[in-house]
Design a protein around this ligand. Structure first.
Ligand code: XMP
Length: 653
């Protein structure tokens, strides 16, 4: 069970206890949905605190901590034997409750209504009719476009509820899209208000918080920041803090916070050049850190330590060296552990006992949620192992010696904190770059990945494509997030000319219909544009994470970044990246392909691909593709990633 004490319920002004302010807090009871962390983000965006807890958290435990509850969605059927159930006593607490999708069905069933399998399943954007008199829908039009994703439905509402929305009739039966019991402050929706595909979902959640819960939004970032600085001072006392600064926004803001709280004497910044950084990046990072006022700054050039790094798993298995490792989770694990060992070494070099010093890192709330960290996540769904949350770090955390001042924040909040601290815009608005750096963008494989009947898969793809396009699958896997977990699947590259709308629509449709695939790319350029597209690609160029493969990607990455910068497009894309693929469809001298990926997102938990032409001109991309091929003799195809998150992730590993 999750500890409910991690976020202080009261900000207690020590001098005047009578002014203690109760921080408005919602418990999100996690029924296992992939969107729980998005609910978390949306609520916090309204300056309301959240506790992400297990669905069966006893009402008694919630009673004094929260003033409202949200029951999240989830993949199960409420009537199944082992489906997640809540403590029925939560409905007796006298506080507002919002049920979402599975949460609506759970509310209905627990309060005496009925839920059954629908004759039709609804997945995707649906137009529904709502009742604007219900407070959840205040000020909204009666017709709304929402994201539905369910097979079951509420067939009979519990006593006290009224219908608050319906979706169009299927086989003569309308589906109940929303229900409300105004008296008790219970409201439930069959769709997902938390995702961007629900057009006015933000307004609905804000309505719940203001109208149903009566919240004012007193979980304000500037207050939280003051509290945090006080907490840091109290916690650190006379000890020293070592902060690992990659140069990304998260770790830079962490360093700036520590400087503000503790002053320059106690803060030792360590920048490790892992050999997996971008072109000239470490130089720029060290200059920026000096400009922040950090006087103890140490740069460690450690590429050899990383490429040759190994580590030991809990069961005693030794993994590595990194330059021979293909498993993405193992790569992350080795990189995280090498970072830890290097910082430990740096601390020892100063004659300080590691057990007497704090290590600070820039970990965000979604990082902890996605790596299944028990402090913030009720259900341990590991989407990816974050390199900041490897067991060595966890062990140091158990000793109370890890400082993660951003652990309560999402990405956009960290940027806001950076601004409040007066950091320059070019630091605060910098695109994220993952700690493992280029290490998770060189797709490593020593043999082709093919599964099942290739001819059948190809037929399936052909059946979906217009005759203007050809589609060819690459024999490699990349990571995605589908349903409630991680997926490793293949990609299809589309070749030919089509409108941006058609290409983008295909990218949404294909992973839904063809379950072997989670990525759809479009070919921008090829070394030999006239060569016929092969019927099948069954070989790869064995590729591992070495100084050479990292240098190949670094060169392409730099060219891509420069092209976007010159076109003035870097600021409008949330994250731009290039990925090295061990596949050369036409072969010859060429050994690899490259994918360019640009995504737009504010929270990085879901993301849409930058749109062709409206966000990034196709002419620019094609020219860039041709230039890359012309300047990199090993490069065969250049692809553009058309896939959103979900079903893919931002990174490829
Ligand atoms: P994904 O690929 O999970 O990425 O959609 C979401 C955001 O997280 C970054 N990312 C990482 N950052 N260590 C990091 O510091 C990691 O292991 C890691 N993996 C992904 C990614 O670049 C994106 O901004």
């Amino acid at each position: 069970m999750v500890s409910l004490t991690s976020t202080p319920q009261e900000r207690v002004p020590t001098a005047q206890p009578e002014q203690a302010v109760v921080v408005e807090t919602v418990a999100i009871l996690d029924c296992g949905a992939q969107y729980t962390k998005v609910i978390d983000r949306r609520i916090r965006q309204n300056n309301v605190n959240t506790l992400l807890v297990a669905v069966d958290t006893p009402a008694a435990e919630l009673k004094s901590k929260v003033q409202a509850i949200i029951l999240s969605g989830g993949p199960n059927s409420v009537y199944d034997d082992h489906s997640p159930q809540c403590d029925p006593a939560i409905f007796e607490l006298g506080i507002p409750i919002l049920g979402i999708c599975y949460g609506m069905q759970l509310m209905a069933q627990t309060l005496g209504g009925t839920v059954a399998k629908g004759s039709t399943q609804e997945y995707g954007e649906t137009t529904i009719t709502i009742d604007p008199d219900v407070s959840l829908f205040a000020d909204l039009d009666a017709v709304q476009s929402v994201l539905m994703s369910h097979g079951d439905k509420v067939t009979q509402m519990p006593e006290g509820f009224r219908a608050a929305g319906s979706s169009p009739a299927h086989e003569g039966h309308e589906i109940l899209a929303a229900m409300a019991d105004d008296e008790r402050g219970f409201v439930a929706v069959q769709f997902h208000p938390e995702v961007e595909l629900t057009q006015h979902g933000d307004a609905m959640l804000a309505n719940f918080l203001t109208h149903t819960c009566g919240f004012t939004g007193n979980f304000q970032l500037d207050h939280r920041l003051d509290d945090l600085i006080d907490d840091l001072r109290a916690k650190v006392g006379d000890r020293n803090v070592f902060v690992l600064v990659s140069g990304g926004v998260d770790s830079t803001v962490t360093a700036a916070l520590l400087l503000k709280a503790l002053g320059p004497e106690k803060v030792f910044a360590v920048h490790i050049d892992s050999g997996l950084m971008r072109h000239n990046e470490s130089d720029g990072v060290c200059e920026a850190l000096k400009a922040l006022g950090l006087t103890h700054l140490r740069r460690i050039n450690a590429s050899d330590d990383f490429f040759n790094g190994t580590t030991t798993l809990e069961d005693g298995t030794v993994i590595g060296p990194l330059c021979k490792t293909t498993n993405p989770e193992h790569k992350r694990r080795i990189i995280g552990d090498v970072f830890y060992h290097l910082i430990t070494q740096a601390v020892n070099d100063l004659g300080i006992d590691i057990d007497d010093a704090f290590i600070a890192q820039g970990t965000l709330r979604p990082d902890l949620i996605e790596s299944g960290n028990r402090d913030v996540s009720a259900t341990a769904h590991i989407i990816k192992t974050h390199h900041n949350d490897v067991p060595l770090i966890q062990a140091h955390r158990e000793k109370g010696l890890i400082l993660e001042p951003n652990r309560d924040w999402h990405k956009d909040e960290v940027r806001q904190v950076g601004r409040l601290l007066g950091l320059p815009a070019d630091l605060v608005d910098r695109q994220p770059f993952p700690g493992p750096g280029l290490g998770i963008r060189v797709l490593c494989a020593t043999q082709p990945y093919m599964q099942g009947d290739e001819a059948e898969l190809q037929q399936h793809i052909n059946a979906v494509l217009p005759n203007t396009l050809q589609g060819i699958t690459f024999p490699v896997q990349s990571v995605g997030v589908q349903g409630d977990g991680r997926s490793y699947k293949r990609l299809v590259a589309l070749v030919g000319e089509e409108t941006p709308e058609t290409l983008q629509a295909l990218a949404r449709r294909i992973p839904n219909e063809i379950h072997e695939l989670n990525r759809v790319c479009w070919r921008l350029a090829a070394r030999n544009e006239n060569a016929p597209v092969p019927n099948i690609i069954s070989t790869i160029t064995p590729t591992l994470l070495t100084p050479q493969s990292a240098a190949m990607l670094r060169s392409v990455d730099d060219a891509v970044t420069q092209a976007f910068r010159q076109a003035g497009l870097l600021g409008s894309i949330s994250q731009l990246l290039a990925v090295l693929l061990p596949v050369a469809p036409h072969g010859g001298e060429a050994t690899h392909s490259v994918v360019i990926r640009g995504v737009i997102t504010s929270d990085y938990m879901t993301a849409r691909p930058a749109r062709l032409d409206s966000d990034v001109p196709v002419t620019l991309l094609k020219q860039l593709g041709q230039d890359l091929v012309a300047t990199h003799p090993w490069l065969d195809w250049v692809l553009w990633d058309l896939t959103g998150k979900p079903p893919a992730t931002v990174e490829w590993e």
